[in-house]
Design a protein around this ligand. Structure first.
Ligand code: GDD
Length: 345
């Protein structure tokens, strides 16, 4: 009896997308091999919260160690390989540009070389990003919009994107690049702005802090969707007849300030905005307290002012559609954070 169970390998298994993707693939009957950094400070908490930790084969791995990737590729020859590992926090990439380059660019070259040498039939998914559009050259952005990255992170990801395209064209590897716009969830790391906001409001709601939330640029606009919807799009890309590049986005854009106002609403605050720039504050009308203020320490050396994706290619070719709306996403994140703090009490 032949074994027809498909094998998927996922780097970045401990991150937000790793958890949602693993859950989705397990529900489709895949054998999931999760690659994690042995020395990482990351924990397996997200996988445990999803209730799937026991079902994943966890394998220690180092993206910077070419020999390690080669051995794994040889041993497993996975049907599908999802590269979700990265130094993914844009702000940190100015502090750690070289590490970011190694993890987000060289790491991808390592994987593609290992696939080319030892498992050329493996289908490869590269987690590309709307950060590559940076100082946007058109609104909205789609697969043909020129890139203009604005951070060391964006620059490194751009190399990885083109290398993915190049290995597809040079060696016939089934290599897909998913240009994903911001995608969030209750599993999002607290360094990213949406979760920083929902976590802080949950604490305020539960009386665990009385400090205002401190943020940077409130004017930047982002196209936010739900991570759970986006991982399905990753899988869909690898099920097509031919490898390609696809944009996944919500096709709506909102300023950070707007997300704060809505998150505040779901946590019981009625926020009005006063002042401008670094003097701007958010005041809760019910209590007359300042619940948000600007701290310039969170401003970035170069900003991506607006992201707005056009996913018509993914809609028509993949039949991909996001299911969770912007408001539903915000509500889900605030409510989950409040529940988490209530459980701790
Ligand atoms: N993190 C953070 N913290 N961002 C803030 C803050 C703050 O206190 N205040 C304002 N912002 C603004 C940032 O300046 C940025 O314009 C926006 O909020 C979003 O920041 P992040 O949530 O950190 O995400 P990002 O857009 O920089 O990057 C995310 O999305 C990319 C896709 O476009 C990350 O997930 C990347 O890995 C991903 O590639």
């Amino acid at each position: 009896m032949g074994n027809t169970q498909k094998k998927a390998m996922i780097t970045g298994i401990t991150g937000q997308d790793g958890g949602y993707l693993a859950k989705f693939l397990l529900s489709k009957g895949y054998r999931v091999i999760g690659l994690f950094r042995r020395g990482a400070t990351d924990t397996f908490e997200k996988l445990k919260e999803h209730g799937i930790f026991e079902q994943i084969e966890m394998v220690g791995f180092e993206l910077m160690e070419f020999s390690n990737i080669c051995r794994l590729m040889k041993a497993y020859k996975p049907d599908e390989f999802y590269n979700l590992a990265a130094q993914s926090f844009v702000a940190a990439s100015w502090e750690e540009p070289i590490y970011t380059l190694q993890a987000d660019a060289t790491g991808v070259a390592n994987i593609l070389e290992a696939i080319r040498e030892f498992s050329p039939k493996t289908k490869f998914y590269q987690a590309s990003t709307s950060e590559m559009f940076g100082k946007v050259q058109a609104i909205p952005q789609n697969e043909t919009t020129p890139f203009y990255p604005r951070s060391p992170y964006g620059c490194a990801k751009l190399y990885a994107h083109w290398l993915t395209v190049n290995y597809r064209e040079s060696f016939g590897i089934f290599a897909c690049s998913g240009i994903l716009f911001n995608h969030e969830s209750p599993m999002r790391g607290k360094e990213f702005v949406t979760r920083k906001i929902t976590d802080h409001f949950a604490k305020l709601h539960c009386g665990l802090t009385n400090k205002p939330l401190e943020l940077g640029n409130l004017n930047a606009k982002r196209d936010w969707g739900f991570a759970g919807d986006y991982v399905e799009g990753m899988w869909m890309m690898l099920q097509q007849d031919h490898p390609d590049t696809y944009v996944l986005s919500s096709e709506e854009t909102h300023p950070i300030r707007d997300f704060v106002t809505i998150a505040g609403k779901y946590a019981g605050f009625d926020i009005t905005w006063e002042g401008e720039g670094s003097q701007e504050i958010g005041v809760d009308k019910n209590s007359n307290k300042v619940v948000v203020k600007v701290n310039p320490k969170f401003f970035r050396p170069a900003e991506v002012d607006i992201l707005l994706g056009d996913s018509s290619k993914a809609h028509s070719r993949l039949n991909w559609k996001r299911k969770v709306s912007y408001e539903q996403l915000c509500e889900m994140m605030v409510k989950t954070d409040i529940e988490r703090y209530k459980k701790l009490r």
